[in-house]
Design a protein around this ligand. Structure first.
Ligand code: ZN
Length: 287
């Protein structure tokens, strides 16, 4: 079962039927309606889902246009720059020896489908990314144990306004990546142990397209620092809390690195997808 955020409420989604069951009703009030309640006590939530009589619960067809961000209020959002070799190379940058960490402020999070207003005068770019959701407080976690601290995975777009991102010396990435709507995630969270047969959560194809033209395509096995390595390294310094997000970085193909450079304009549609999870759809409009 996947976890989604429908009309402000936590729901379980069957991957086969795409029908949604309300978690607060199913659990008699133990979990939900706030989606964060699932991540706050992830082990108990998983045990509940494993034994709940989901098939007997009322279910509704899932309207993806009504989905909110599946993790609406993380305490911390970690984002990683230059974490694919081909993306570092296209920007002429060295491959980092340590993860390059910034934040997308949580106010920028948005649901999987919607409209994004282009900041006037901005150079707005795309970055499809795998996003990991923390399911258990992680502090100084060993790499070998790190997957057990991850509740699940979702699709993210690290939408970036490059002028703001790269202003200043040294540049501070976080604000340029945190305009309203610049952090769509979803359409749901796939628990790490709920990926389909033959799909390795450590090796997923990710891609994005502008108006149907594919602009990025990669595989998460090519991450410089993969999900367990990021949990290991970040948690050496700061505790990672249940419900925290990790935007893991983007592969090659961003507009910044093109000749000529290419930015999103009024009317563009961006579709971002990851194998075994789903897709995001954003329409861009001028203010
Ligand atoms: Zn990014």
């Amino acid at each position: 079962m996947y976890l989604a955020h429908l009309d402000g409420r936590l729901v379980l989604v069957s991957p086969d039927t795409l029908r949604a069951v309300d978690v607060e009703r199913l659990s008699g009030g133990r979990f939900g309606p706030d989606p964060m309640t699932a991540y706050a006590d992830w082990d108990a939530f998983r045990a509940f889902v494993a034994t709940a009589d989901i098939g007997a619960a009322p279910a509704v067809p899932l309207d993806q246009d009504r989905l909110g961000p599946p993790v609406p209020a993380p305490r911390q959002v970690f984002a990683i720059g230059l974490n694919y070799r081909d993306h570092a190379a296209e920007g002429g940058a060295e491959i980092p020896s340590e993860p390059m960490v910034f934040t997308k402020f949580p106010a920028c999070l948005a649901g999987p489908r919607g409209t994004v207003v282009l900041p006037p005068g901005g150079n707005v770019d795309w970055e499809v990314e795998l996003v990991a959701v923390i399911g258990r407080e992680a502090y100084q976690v060993a790499r070998a144990d790190a997957w057990s601290y991850v509740a699940g995975l979702t699709v993210g777009q690290d939408i970036s306004e490059r002028i703001t991102q790269l202003a200043g010396t040294p540049p501070q990435f976080s604000l340029g990546k945190s305009f309203p709507g610049f952090g769509p995630i979803g359409p749901w969270v796939v628990p790490v142990d709920a990926f389909g047969h033959g799909i390795d959560p450590g090796d997923l194809e990710l891609a994005c397209a502008v108006n149907g033209e594919e602009v990025q395509k990669g595989r998460t096995r090519d991450l410089v620092f993969d999900v367990p390595e990021l949990v290991h390294r970040v948690s050496q310094i700061t505790p990672m809390y249940p419900g925290d997000l990790v935007f893991t970085g983007t592969p090659a193909g961003v507009g910044l690195a093109r000749t000529p450079q290419r930015w999103l304009v009024d009317g563009d549609e961006l579709v971002s997808s990851i194998e075994g999870i789903g897709e995001l759809r954003q329409r861009f409009v001028t203010a």
